[in-house]
Design a protein around this ligand. Sequence first.
Ligand SMILES: *Cc1c(COP(=O)(O)O)cnc(C)c1O
Length: 405
Amino acid sequence: MTWQDDAGRDLVRSFGPRMQQFVRGEGAYLWDADGKRYLDFLAGIAVTSLGHAHPVFVEAISQQAATLAHVSNYFATPPQLRLAARLKRLAGTGETGRVYFGNSGAEANEAAFKLARLHGGAERPRILALTDAFHGRTMGTLALTGKASMQEPFLPMTPGVEFLETSVAALESAIDDRVAALIVEPIKGEAGVIDLPQGYLRAARELTERHGALLIVDEIQTGAGRTGAWFAFQHAGITPDAITVAKGIGGGFPIGALITFGEASELFYPGTHGSTFGGNALGTAVADAVLAEIERADLLANAIERGAQLRAAIDGLDSPIVDGCRGRGLLIGVALRHPVAKAVVAAAQEHGLIINAPNDATIRLVPALNIGDVEVDEFAQLFQASLRTVEDSLLLDAATEGADA
Ligand SMILES: *Cc1c(COP(=O)(O)O)cnc(C)c1O
């Protein structure tokens, strides 16, 4: 029996076959059961922001597990209060901000959805979201996720959500005083690292404010320093009503949060939302330590610097199929000229590089925020070799087709 047999028999089929089984990680590297080493430029989908087995992560989880793990939300704990205060400071909410803790991105967005309903009431039944944005897989967040193919097997959806094309003009014509909220991903990660049009967030802030609607920014992939700011909305110099975070804030511990600003902080009242695990001492201690380390080591600056270095390396590659980069900081989408992204991912794995393909013509790079020169150089070599492998097989296919004709 191989691990593939076990996985095929025992694990839910909602994911495709697992590509590899990993047994250990350290820094930017992973190892499989045969002892083969891989450079990890996926970081568990922008999650392990300090890399694998970082001493700060290990220490925080061990210490807190040996002190106090969980008491329920009938009670407060010091790490929970520390993390709430830190998130408010990093997000710039000022005094009036509040934090709701959940255990995932989807839970953070579920809380945001409920916030929007509380704000909207009967007068504002409309919620606006963007086509191709991704907000999660639970029934509520799936209703916010503008992908018909994902929704179709699970219809009917929670009503009230309308999808807009991502342009200021589309938002201008859709918004009115019956809109409770607009939810936006500052860079559409799952769609293929697609940047918003220039000025979109500023215009969205202005229009939502004018019509009394909440602006909710989904920072689940872009947050925790990944784009070179703590949260991507900060590049635009706006203040949203709420943001959602998860992925990178826990460095590998499952945790998510809804952070509210100003009056939006007064919408939830006792009994309107909750979670057994959300914000427990163990998870909040880890996330607080991870964020403290991102601050201490100035990994926001590193994200900008290494991001620029990576882009330069990619632009310098000798490949006819690479068509440039999208994204910001260490959230990079490499555009391909042919729909061969899955083949590039498979070739990269053979060469000892872990990357992923959010769509057929994009490679997503979301390495740990603390990678250095060495990892960037090694990436460039391995990526070049992976592209070569795919280019050679494309040439081979073309030649075979020629011979068949
Ligand atoms: C990953 C992601 C989610 C969902 O987070 P989960 O932890 O998988 O539930 C929501 N929004 C965005 C932008 C994401 O990248």
